[in-house]
Design a protein around this ligand. Structure first.
Ligand SMILES: *Cc1c(COP(=O)(O)O)cnc(C)c1O
Length: 356
């Protein structure tokens, strides 16, 4: 049966990318060698990582004074690396707490130095995005999470600050246009919109590095990876390759402009049904709804098992809400077709018809 994959991450990738990458495992470039058994310093692989970098630069219009890195350790290691590289010994940094991932970032920053939480949505269980944040301090940087994968909220505007802006874009990078020049540092684990788990994309403005007065362990120092072009040690060759293919796919589709329009349309289609269908309601503040992770719940919890089995029958996969939120979460990442959203909407309508 065809599956509709709404998984929150790792998540759906384009079918043609899966086909091509599985072929590369067996026989890459018709050289009778596998991609994962050749040297990362061989010409075929250097071509892959170079193309991946070029695609990131082109798709996100990354200015020349920014470096593009493919690292390991996930977004979770960036929680530590960002403050390590940007927080000066006597300085302070500011974090916007909009949920689980922000909280984890704050925990790591506190290990490095003086960390202020400058806005916090925990008073309403992270169902909204704090706005008009007042910053009265000199801060080395301000950190936020652009899309809250678990709660289903998303920033629609960049927080206003004169400090260096740092952003965890793990779950909405490449889903819409961004202005990279507004940021000092952007990072994202690959496994939502870019590829499989195993590599982390880092986009960093070169001039903000090396100013902390801190000694940074080699592997945690962005300058190490900039100097060695993400080849200080063996890079995760397969995740980088699959990411490259996914970015190629995105470019061929029409790039970020195109995908932003389809993503808006997919999200609108589902939110319209949530708002129309009397059996369901959306969990978060309407203005702050995420286009990537749509959270919703049933008014009558007794219908949950009925809805779950309807979804099962239709091949709808991965819509159970995060254990900390409950209800449902449909993740609508780039590779998810509109058709899958339409099947979900139809299933919600079927539930309504059956329970009149
Ligand atoms: C998934 C996710 C993470 C965790 O990424 P890892 O690569 O697993 O460390 C961090 N932040 C956000 C916003 C996420 O969605």
């Amino acid at each position: 049966m065809k599956k509709h994959n709404f998984s929150a991450g790792p998540c759906i990738l384009p079918q043609e990318v899966l086909n091509e990458s599985s072929q590369a495992i067996i026989n890459f470039n018709n050289d009778n060698l596998s991609l994962i058994e050749i040297s990362h310093r061989s010409t075929p692989f250097i071509k892959v990582i170079e193309e991946a970098k070029e695609l990131v630069r082109e798709l996100l219009k990354v200015p020349q004074e920014y470096s593009i890195l493919f690292l390991q350790g996930g977004a979770s290691l960036e929680f530590l690396m960002a403050p390590y590289n940007l927080l000066s010994i006597n300085g302070k940094c500011g974090y916007i707490n909009t949920g689980t991932w922000s909280k984890k970032a704050i925990k790591e920053a506190k290990m490095i130095g003086n960390t202020l939480v400058i806005a916090d949505s925990s008073d309403k269980n992270h169902t909204y995005i704090p706005k008009n944040i007042e910053i009265n301090e000199e801060l080395d940087f301000v950190h936020y999470t652009s899309n809250n994968t678990i709660y289903g909220t998303q920033f629609k505007e960049y927080p206003k600050t004169n400090s260096i802006l740092v952003c965890d874009m793990s779950s909405d990078i490449f889903s819409k246009r961004i202005d990279v020049s507004k940021f000092g540092l952007i990072y994202a684990g690959a496994q939502k919109n870019m590829g499989p788990a195993g590599t982390t994309l880092v986009i960093v403005k070169n001039s903000i590095l090396g100013n902390t007065g801190r000694e940074i362990p080699t592997m945690l120092d962005y300058n190490t990876h900039i100097k060695k072009e993400s080849m200080f040690n063996t890079p995760p060759v397969f995740p980088i390759y699959v990411s490259m293919l996914t970015l190629r796919w995105l470019k061929n589709k029409g790039g970020v402009d195109y995908i932003e329009k389809t993503n808006n349309h997919k999200a609108q289609t589902l939110y319209d049904e949530i708002d129309r269908n009397p059996l369901f309601y959306g969990i978060v503040n309407k203005d702050d709804r995420s286009n990537m992770n749509v959270t919703f719940t049933l008014n009558n919890k007794d219908l949950e098992s009925v809805f779950d089995s309807l979804c099962n029958k239709k091949g709808l996969n991965g819509i159970k809400g995060h254990r900390s939120v409950g209800g449902y979460r449909a993740s609508l990442y780039n590779a998810l077709p509109l058709e899958s959203v339409e099947v979900l909407v139809k299933t919600m309508q079927d539930l309504e018809k059956n329970n009149k």
